[in-house]
Design a protein around this ligand. Structure first.
Ligand SMILES: *[C@@H]1O[C@H](CO)[C@@H](O)[C@H](O)[C@H]1NC(C)=O
Ligand SMILES: *[C@@H]1O[C@H](CO)[C@@H](O)[C@H](O)[C@H]1NC(C)=O
Ligand SMILES: *[C@@H]1O[C@H](CO)[C@@H](O)[C@H](O)[C@H]1NC(C)=O
Ligand SMILES: *[C@@H]1O[C@H](CO)[C@@H](O)[C@H](O)[C@H]1NC(C)=O
Ligand SMILES: *[C@@H]1O[C@H](CO)[C@@H](O)[C@H](O)[C@H]1NC(C)=O
Length: 410
């Protein structure tokens, strides 16, 4: 590797953050947006429009196809679920043609399966799709969502001055808390401040939100995945201290299971999102996801890295034109000796085959007794490697090598 290895981790800088007891590991689920956007024409698209049938059908797949068992728990409604106006008492309500049974019936449907329901609103005057926003209605909306037994709120940030966000997002957090229902709170706040990084006050954001969308919305392409990775890589030093149990950066939805990306590209996304301890919220059509993609999305060893209880956001430690190397401390650890296990990802982003050789000690893996190495995509043990040993990797185009290096005898 040509480039220098950056310094490793300050393990958990102590940060005062929102403590509502929720999402101690990154939330996992399914969300409609990147696959179905704001399609409201159910005549033309009876199986692909924003209506209650869509969410029930995806929930059915989550239960019967193993996603729920793999950890995917939330079914997230995104924009365009509402009627165009509030009712006479100022409450939001769902479009009655597309949600004839209402949102409360939908949460019941989810809860009966052991799933949870997420909903979408916007802090501004309107949602991004032009539906009624929460500005001036925070309390009644929080109480409405609680009354509907909703478990998660994604609060977008269209149609409002970004200077109002610090107060506004905090106020909605307080309104949710006052509703008395445990509702995970996702803020789109910093995603609206990409051009004003100094206003991305992650300390403040982590005090009010359980997770926050950060950077552009994902679209259905590997190019989009790469642009998100690049943004997070360049901003990792100011992000890493504020990621942890109950307060997560959200680099946006997992798009594996869609035909717009290859299997290898889907593995790259799952790997890097797991390195970051990012939410794993899929956007695809679970009715049509093929078996190979399903195995990628449900890989238990990869999900275990994402869900590792330390909740540390891993770091890019070496970078060349073709290769990025990421390291994330994970359990098991030996607190007496101040040692952790690690997940290591070597990602080939060029379009040539690459042979890579990297010494463990260069990546900060310095336990003299070594590490038991396991390949998380090939599901194979690679034996014990010591700090002076090297990972010897041959990577196919745009492929990724992802291992867990466990402290031995723990
Ligand atoms: C409900 O959605 C349909 C489109 O599916 C639209 O035609 C109708 O106007 C909407 N109703 C309300 C009250 O917004
Ligand atoms: C409200 O906030 C308090 C203090 O952080 C917390 O203990 C409690 O669990 C929260 N309640 C809800 C419903 O989120
Ligand atoms: C890593 O290398 C790639 C390719 O040269 C480059 O585009 C990217 O900006 C680099 N990332 C960082 C964080 O330096
Ligand atoms: C534990 O290890 C980390 C990472 O190597 C280091 O930054 C930290 O200072 C160590 N803590 C103690 C108490 O030695
Ligand atoms: C990395 O990916 C590129 C492009 O996808 C490919 O051409 C190249 O051979 C790959 N490198 C390795 C080591 O496999």
């Amino acid at each position: 590797m040509r480039s220098a290895v950056a310094l490793l981790f300050g393990l958990s800088a102590t940060v005062w953050a929102l403590n509502n007891g929720l999402v101690r590991t990154p939330p996992m689920g399914w969300m409609s947006w990147t696959k179905f956007y704001c399609e409201t024409d159910c005549v033309k698209h009876p199986f692909g429009c924003i209506d209650e049938n869509l969410y029930m059908a995806q929930a059915d797949c989550m239960e019967k196809d193993g996603y729920l068992a793999a950890g995917y728990e939330y079914v997230h409604i995104d924009d365009c679920w509402m009627a165009r106006e509030r009712d006479a008492s100022g409450r939001l309500f769902a479009n009655k043609t597309r949600f004839p049974h209402g949102i409360k019936a939908l949460s019941k449907y989810m809860h009966n399966k052991g799933l949870k329901l997420g909903i979408y609103e916007d802090y501004g005057t309107k949602t991004c799709g032009g539906y009624p926003g929460s500005l001036g209605h925070l309390k009644i909306d929080a109480d409405t969502f609680a009354d509907w037994d909703v478990d998660f709120l994604k609060l977008d940030g269209c149609w409002v001055d970004t200077d109002k966000m610090p107060q506004g997002y905090a106020d909605m957090g307080k309104a949710l808390n006052a509703s008395g229902r445990a509702i995970v709170y996702s803020c789109s706040w910093p995603a609206y401040l990409i051009d004003q990084p100094r206003k991305q006050d992650y300390k403040l954001i982590s005090q009010h939100c359980n997770l926050w969308r950060n950077f552009d919305d994902i679209s259905m392409s590997f190019k989009s995945i790469l642009s998100i990775i690049n943004y997070y890589d360049h901003n990792q030093d100011r992000q890493i201290p504020y990621n942890g149990p109950g307060h997560w950066f959200d680099p946006d939805m997992i798009i594996g299971g869609n035909t717009e990306i290859t299997y290898n590209q889907a593995k790259v996304q799952m790997t890097i999102w797991s390195i970051w301890s990012a939410p794993l919220i899929m956007s695809n059509d679970l009715r049509t996801v093929d078996e190979v993609s399903k195995a990628i999305l449900q890989n238990p060893e990869v999900i275990a890295i994402d869900q590792d209880p330390l909740g540390i956001m891993g770091r890019l430690v070496a970078n060349t034109t073709d290769i990025g190397v990421y390291v994330k401390p994970v359990t098991p650890r030996d607190t007496a000796k101040n040692l952790t296990s690690f997940a290591v990802a070597i990602f080939n982003r060029s379009n040539k085959k690459q042979s890579v050789s990297i010494q463990l000690s260069q990546l900060g893996l310095k336990n003299e007794d070594g590490y038991d190495v396991r390949d998380l995509w090939a599901h194979g043990d690679e034996g014990r490697l010591r700090p002076m040993d090297s990972f010897q990797v041959k990577l196919n185009p745009t492929a990724v090598y992802f291992v867990k290096c466990s402290l031995p005898d723990l």
